[in-house]
Design a protein around this ligand. Structure first.
Ligand code: ADP
Length: 473
């Protein structure tokens, strides 16, 4: 075989040179029929004494063994190749697995970090937050919720509202949860409860359903907002608004009543002006002066009305403020008595007594003047001609002021309305008045943190009592 020829020739030459017995080879031959065969041949020296005098050889057809060997070799190579390939594949796979695991690890750490971040965020959030599972049991909550709920999370987690709260509240909360678990979404509601210490709290809760990866409801997450302060503020705003509204109503009533009240004196003034001209020309001085007096008293009435309206307006809009100062109460009463007597034609005797009144008290002179002059004015006005009125002030921890008359009295059915602006007694009609005096008095007493009361009997008389606290400075 051309491939083995050179090797075999070399072996033959070696044997020729070194003597028989060396040749020992496996090699191929090509038979004349072209078939290739494997042979194994070996030579042995044949010796006589020490002298090799010829060689013998054996040869064996080893074709089938050789083919098996070659097959085996090829199989081995194939196996080796496959093993190499698989090893390479495995190595690659392994690397990919290692990469994948590293990636996974990194992602996990990232998620863990994010979770940690969210936990911290939720934990430190100022709003109370809690999470419930699909069975409406608390899964977790944050610190703000613990504070809000007034209990540690260990006693909250794993429990449901019905185990933690009074039945009516638990039922209310759980019905919201039921609705959200049935129809996933979001719900916000407000409420108030005294079951969350300290005492009563107003809250707003926004609850929403969270879904599991398969899209079914996993539970409820809720954010609680403490709106106690906001509600308080709302209430104050509402109160201020109502007060403002009331004020506007009173003002518009004042304006309409006052303008209505102006009509009578203005008509009187106008007709009297027409008539004084006539009587002056006719030299009828009695009637002339009569109408001048009518004009004067109408103007006086209008000024009084204007003053009263202004005072009421001031008290309503908070402009008549409480401004106490050193006040000589006895002196003030004397002034008012003089003014009242001068203004009246009813010849009323005003008796004044003042027991234990210190020279000066610390009080609001402006308010006291309004109180005393209105009460005294009424007592004189509603007395019979020549009657007697008693003004009494005393001091005993507070200032006690009493104005008593023996006049027409107040009908019992009007007791409740006596302090209302523009209310005038049914028996007071022929006596001039605006119906504002007592409402001014009441407001002034209240501004002074005092109390007012009265007793009255029809045709026997009326006693008004006022108590004003003394301010110690
Ligand atoms: P006015 O005296 O201008 O009518 P007030 O507000 O001062 O208005 O008083 C309201 C009503 O109370 C009076 O119209 C009168 O009917 C009744 N009143 C007040 N003081 C007395 C009093 N001393 N005696 C009898 N009635 C009084």
């Amino acid at each position: 075989h051309p491939d083995d020829r050179e090797r075999i020739r070399k072996a033959i030459r070696k044997e020729a040179a070194m003597g028989p017995g060396i040749f020992n080879e496996e090699f191929r031959i090509i038979r004349p029929d072209g078939i290739e065969k494997w042979l194994w041949a070996k030579t042995f020296p044949v010796k006589k004494g020490n002298v090799t005098y010829r060689a013998v050889g054996i040869a064996e057809d080893i074709t089938s063994r050789k083919q098996l060997q070659i097959e085996l070799e090829r199989f081995k190579n194939h196996l080796q190749h496959t093993v190499d390939l698989r090893t390479r594949e495995l190595l690659g796979l392994n690397q990919r697995l290692i990469d994948e695991i590293a990636k996974q690890k990194k992602a996990e750490t990232e998620i863990e970090n994010q979770l940690k971040f969210f936990r911290t965020l939720i934990e430190t959030a100022a709003s109370p937050i809690f999470i419930k599972d699909a069975n409406k049991k608390y899964l977790d909550c944050n610190r703000a919720f613990e504070e809000y709920f007034g209990d540690k999370r260990e006693s909250i987690i794993g429990k449901s509202d019905s185990e933690l709260l009074p039945p009516e509240i638990a039922q209310r909360f759980e019905s919201v949860d039921d609705a959200l678990l049935k129809n996933p979404g979001e719900l916000t509601f407000e409420g108030a409860t005294k079951h969350f210490p300290p005492n009563r709290k107003e809250y707003m809760i926004t609850k929403s359903t969270y879904l599991k990866s398969d899209g079914t409801p996993g539970g409820i997450i809720a954010f609680v907002t403490d709106i106690t302060q906001r509600k308080k503020l709302e209430l104050n705003i509402q109160k201020a608004f109502n007060k403002e509204k009331e004020l506007l109503e009173i003002k518009s009533k004042l304006i309409s009543t006052a303008s209505h009240e102006f009509r009578t004196p203005l008509t009187t003034i106008l007709s009297s002006i027409d008539l004084i001209d006539v009587y002056r020309k006719r030299d009828n001085l009695d009637k002339y002066y009569n109408h001048i007096d009518k004009i004067k008293s109408s103007v006086k009435y209008m000024i009084e009305l204007l003053n009263d309206v202004m005072v009421i307006n001031k008290t309503e809009s908070g402009k008549l403020e409480f401004a106490p100062g050193e006040t000589d109460l006895v002196e003030l009463c004397r002034e008012i008595i003089t003014e009242t007597s001068q203004a009246s034609t009813r010849q009323t005797k005003i008796k004044f007594s003042h027991n234990g009144i210190k020279e000066t008290v610390f009080a609001d002179k402006k308010l006291l003047r309004l109180i005393i002059s209105n009460l005294l004015g009424n007592a004189v006005k509603y007395s019979h001609i020549g009657g007697e009125v008693n003004l009494d002030i005393s001091q005993n921890g507070h200032i006690q002021l009493t104005v008593a008359d023996s006049g027409i009295g107040i009908p019992q059915e009007e007791f409740a309305m006596i302090y209302e602006p523009f209310h005038r007694g049914g028996n007071a009609e022929e006596r001039e008045g605006t119906g504002l005096g007592l409402s001014i008095v009441k407001r002034c007493v209240e501004l002074h943190q005092g109390k007012i009361s009265f007793e009255s009997n029809i045709n026997k008389g009326t006693v008004f009592s006022v108590q004003i606290p003394i301010i110690n400075i």
